[in-house]
Structures are given as C-alpha cells and as structure tokens.
Design a protein around this ligand. Structure first.
Ligand SMILES: O=C(O)COP(=O)(O)O
Ligand SMILES: [Mg+2]
Length: 238
C-alpha cells in the first residue's frame, strides 16, 4: 500500500473503533456471565484469564467455547448451545457494565480524533442488545455517529462487511478510514475492507500476541492512535 499522506491535510475521514478490549475492559462482566451459565448447566467455573481468550468472535462463539472449555469450540450439542445462550444472555443482561472500565487514553483519544474532524463509529461483534446499554452506561455513546454491532450485518468481523457498512453509513471511503482494534478479527476485517488499521496491545487477541497481527502499527492507547492519525512519524508505533 502507498504511504499515508499527511502533508496535504487530514488523512482520515473516519475512525472505526472496536469495543471489547479496545474502548472497554469488559472481561469481568463477560466472565461472570459465562461462569454463571456454566454453573446453571452443572459445570464448574473457568478461570477469568482463560475466558478472556474466548472473547472476540461474538456471543455465540463465547458461549460455544465456554461450554466446550476450549478455544476451538469443539462439538457442542445444539440443545446445550440453546440453553447456554439463554442462560448467558440472562446473566449478562444483569451485570453488563457493572465492572466495565474505560481504558486509559480512551476519552482523550476520542476527543483528539473528534478535534481532527474525524467521524467516529463503533464496530463491534457484541450484539446490539448489550452494546447500546453498555455505551450509554459508560458515557461513551455520545462520541459515536454510528454503531455497528455483531447482529447489524449478515456477517461479523473478521468479515469486512461491518466496517464497510459503517463507512457507508458515515458517507466515507474505506481508504480514508482508520480501524482501531485489539484482535485478529479487527485486523483481518480491516485489511479485507481496505482500511488502515492500528492495534492496541492491552485487549484480548484470543490469547495471541498482537505483534503477530498484520496491522499498520501497534499503539499503546487510543490517544496514541489519534496522534498517529494526525502524524504517523510522531508516534512510536511498533
Ligand atoms: O463480542 C465479542 O466477541 C467481541 O466484541 P468486539 O468486536 O467489540 O471486540
Ligand atoms: Mg475487541
């Protein structure tokens, strides 16, 4: 790809930002609901750090992986899946946002992107029923013109469809959009959509090091992502 051009004004019209592991640390609430589901179904709870590696490909995958107790998801009986999903949804609705934390640098980063005239969208694999109340509860909702959730489009990340949908809704081109995420799902989706992409290292990349991702840079925070958007040479993006 060609170099990002920053000399002739703004390089990006939009930032398409992931939710879980990028804007918010949602693991305590997700893990609570996942383990409450296991207990409901007569299984022992799993460790939170293990459950964290199951997050990224949406709720169905989290439930499947949690029931199988492995990342692969293995063979999970359809009836068990349905009972698991109902239980997980029940418990997650009760705790969604209780312990969620906005990561350091997020508020300043969103403000800095906004001050550059960059339109902001959330593009998450989390379903709408959990995303909307969580954004409202954590005070982030007002920053975003568009919110694309795991059930908004026919396909989720790593498919490019949700990013392309966000671009269409914002009236911007993928080539002038910057995706920011924490996982392989964001990186693969962004590349397929033709967006630039930055990764943050503090989220949940399904248990793998973010340095393995095909991205334009790894930035320590959303604030550094905003600085990179303004001038890539000003930020030590590895
Ligand atoms: O719901 C998930 O599995 C992850 O959601 P995210 O796309 O915001 O990281
Ligand atoms: Mg994520």
């Amino acid at each position: 790809m060609a170099e990002v051009q920053h000399t002739a004004g703004r390089a990006f019209d939009a930032a398409l930002i992931d939710l879980d592991g990028t804007l918010l640390d949602t693991i305590p609430d997700l893990a609570f609901a996942a383990n409450a589901m296991r207990v409901d179904l007569g299984e022992a709870p799993l460790r939170e750090d293990v459950l964290a590696t199951f997050v990224g490909k949406g709720i169905e995958n989290l439930v499947r992986r949690t029931l199988a107790a492995n990342l692969d998801g293995g063979e999970v009986d359809e009836d068990l899946m349905q009972r698991g999903l109902a239980s997980f949804r029940h418990h997650y609705h009760l705790v969604n946002g209780d312990k969620a934390q906005v990561y350091d640098g997020v508020l300043d980063g969103l403000k800095a992107l906004r001050d550059q005239g960059i339109a902001l969208a959330v593009v998450t694999n989390k379903p709408t029923e959990f995303t909307e109340p969580l954004l409202a509860r954590t005070g982030l909702a007002g920053f975003f013109q568009v919110v694309v959730c795991g059930d908004t489009c026919a396909k989720k990340k790593p498919d490019p469809m949700p990013l392309l949908h966000a671009c269409e809704r914002l009236g911007v081109t993928p080539g002038r959009s910057l995706a920011i995420g924490d996982s392989i799902n964001d990186a693969v989706a962004a590349r397929a959509a033709g967006c630039r992409v930055l990764a943050v290292p503090y989220g949940y990349n399904e248990g793998r090091d973010v340095r393995t991702l095909d991205v334009d840079g790894i930035v320590a925070s959303l604030l550094d992502a905003a600085r990179w958007a303004a001038d890539p040479s000003a930020v030590p993006a590895s």
